[in-house]
Design a binder for this molecule. Sequence first.
Ligand code: ADP
Ligand code: MG
Length: 265
Amino acid sequence: MTAMTEAGSEGKPVLEVTGVSKAFGALKAVDDVSLSVNRGGLHALIGPNGAGKSTLIDLMTGWQRPDAGTVTFNGQDVTDASVAKRAAMGLGRSFQVSSLAPELSILDNVLLAAQGRQTSSFRFWTSVHDDEPLMASAMEALCAVGWTKPHTTPVSQLSHGDRRQIEVACAMALKPTVLLLDEPAAGLDAEGSRELTEFLATLKGKIPMLLVEHDMYAVFTLADRISVLVNGAIIASGSLEDIQQNEEVRRAYLGDSVPASRSTC
Ligand code: ADP
Ligand code: MG
């Protein structure tokens, strides 16, 4: 692994994994990975399909438990904490594959997500629509992603790009203190990717983020730090320039399609 380059704009770790591993049978999906999401920073995680990126997010958020290693969030060891506990602590995520309920409206999907922040699940006597703080969180999240269309439309009637936007709104509805985004630009066209990148740029600095993305426009525009995961292991971690100039990364992932920065003409 290459030496870490300290990115100047980043602060202390908010979310950190240390030596985490996860095997599925004989397959080491994540193999002794250490990585942090730092205050004020946007850390991009790139790597080929099957590298272990989504599994690493699952380990961070509690959807999977590591075979070894620790996960620390806001200074607390959360390695064995449930998904709900971590969500209530402010760990927000979006999923690579849509997690929206297609038959429900946009608003109801975001309301459901906002409930993840509540510590009590007792709601026998009121409708979520009558819960003003919950409603306010949902509307705020829709506003945060720039949603200006009707929010009563069932998700099943939305375009792919609109669904990706609502998925980020669901993650935002938790009022997260850290946001983990698993390929939010997947399936978007160039215009959609540009819009999403602009939106994430507005969050940058406010919410520390881990961005898993194949869209190099988003990664190269937004990231303070980039880590490259190949076969479950981090092969390089550093600034954009470090990654673009790293021969191993170019061979394993970027290929020749991405010119080294400041190449001569
Ligand atoms: P990425 O997100 O980088 O594409 P994943 O984390 O989804 O990679 O997968 C890493 C590897 O682990 C792949 O080979 C995948 O098939 C395997 N894998 C992921 N989840 C499971 C699971 N629940 N059971 C078995 N194998 C899995
Ligand atoms: Mg994935």
